[in-house]
Design a protein around this ligand. Structure first.
Ligand code: SAH
Length: 356
């Protein structure tokens, strides 16, 4: 038998594999579909930037990471400058935020070891070019067990899988994904779910959808427990909502445009809005102080993005237009300023963070 050709993909496409699983065992949950699609998506590309599928705040301007770093350094310094603190970032993308944050923190005499929680080999390589001294982790479990953790998660939780349940005449049903006529389609499970529906949603109209994210909840719980035990704080920035609501927020983005959620799994970014009330409940249950969520624009303005923009313009007058455009994009309510929100989870014996 000839040796396998190294240039030929030896695996079926994700679409074919998922279609095979469904043909053999029936529809899969939406959460499994989203988990497998995003794992493949992030493992096989750098999706960020103008040439990619989407852009994030740290890729718009260095000011985002710098102000996040100063926010952490200020909190660390008012906590007594513990020498054993760690910088931790969840889903660090290209490593741009960390690079900008660590530069700003260094100026504030805070130079912690760097821990990056990242599953994508492609993005790990990209991060290593900017952060050669970092240590990488598959999940939160093998982060250091001692020393305060200063954690940043920007647009991380939105990429974690969600589950949806939908109400019809016979009750609430899990949203599943089936494969029919060559394409993936959402369907609801046959048997009604035996699950606790929050009181305000008991009489939701037929067709209503409730989203939850068990994956996000378990990461948030692990994070909150670590911070409660070791000290420190987490800054979570993402798009999201508060309260007990119905409606679907799942979306697919490809080349900066909305795309079909069910077409080409693993080839487009799937995200859902995060529920800040759930994060707040998890933080409080672990004994943490919870601040926010507040609009990203308001948060950056309180941290002095206006002064930072002016200082950068002074140093490089030819960049004036670009810097003002970046500041506006990050802060204006019709841009990212209100849609994106910042929330802080802080260890009980730590000071209150700036700007909330
Ligand atoms: N924070 C970056 C990138 C956001 S994109 C920025 O603001 O630019 C989402 C990031 O989360 C990517 O780095 C992706 O590879 C990572 N990611 C997605 N799912 C993950 C998981 N389950 N565990 C760890 N990292 C994950």
């Amino acid at each position: 038998m000839p040796p396998p050709d190294k240039n030929m993909p030896d695996e079926k496409s994700l679409s074919d594999r998922l279609a095979g699983v469904i043909a053999a065992a029936g529809p899969i949950s939406l959460a499994q579909f989203m988990a497998e699609a995003n794992a493949h998506y992030y493992a096989t590309r750098d999706p960020l930037g103008a040439e990619g599928d989407f852009i994030t705040a740290p890729e718009i301007s260095q000011m985002f990471g710098e102000l996040a770093g100063l926010w952490l350094a200020d909190l660390w310094s008012r906590a007594g400058s513990p020498t054993n603190a760690h910088y931790v970032e969840l889903g660090p993308g290209r490593g741009t935020l960390a690079e900008d944050a660590l530069r700003a923190m260094r100026a504030a005499r805070f130079e912690p070891p760097i821990h990056l929680v990242e599953t994508s080999p492609v993005l790990r390589r990209e991060q290593a070019t900017r952060l050669p001294a970092a240590r990488w982790h598959d999940d939160l479990d093998d982060l250091p067990e001692t020393g305060p953790l200063l954690v940043i998660a920007n647009e991380f939780f939105d990429a974690l899988p969600i589950r949806q349940v939908q109400r019809n005449a016979t009750g609430w049903h899990e949203v599943m994904v089936d494969h029919q006529n060559g394409g993936f389609v959402p369907v609801t499970s046959g048997a009604p779910l035996d699950m606790v529906i929050p009181e305000p949603l008991k009489d939701a109209p037929l067709g209503s959808v409730i989203e939850t994210s068990p994956a996000s909840e378990s990461v948030a719980r692990a994070l909150a427990d670590r911070i409660a035990k070791q000290g420190g704080a987490a800054l979570i920035v993402d798009y999201g909502y508060e309260g007990i609501v119905t409606g679907t927020t799942l979306q697919a983005v490809s080349q900066h445009k909305h795309a079909d959620i069910f077409a080409d799994p693993g080839e487009r970014d799937l995200t859902a809005h995060i529920n800040f009330s759930v994060l707040e409940r998890i933080g409080r249950a672990a004994g943490l102080a919870v601040h926010g969520p507040i609009g990203q624009g308001h948060w950056l303005e309180s941290l002095g993005i206006g002064a930072r923009t002016a200082a950068l313009i002074k140093a490089a007058p030819h960049r004036q237009e670009e810097l003002i455009a970046a500041r506006d994009r990050l802060t204006k309510s019709e841009e990212m300023g209100d849609l994106f929100k910042a929330m802080a989870l802080v260890a009980p014996d730590w000071p209150a963070p700036a700007a909330f």
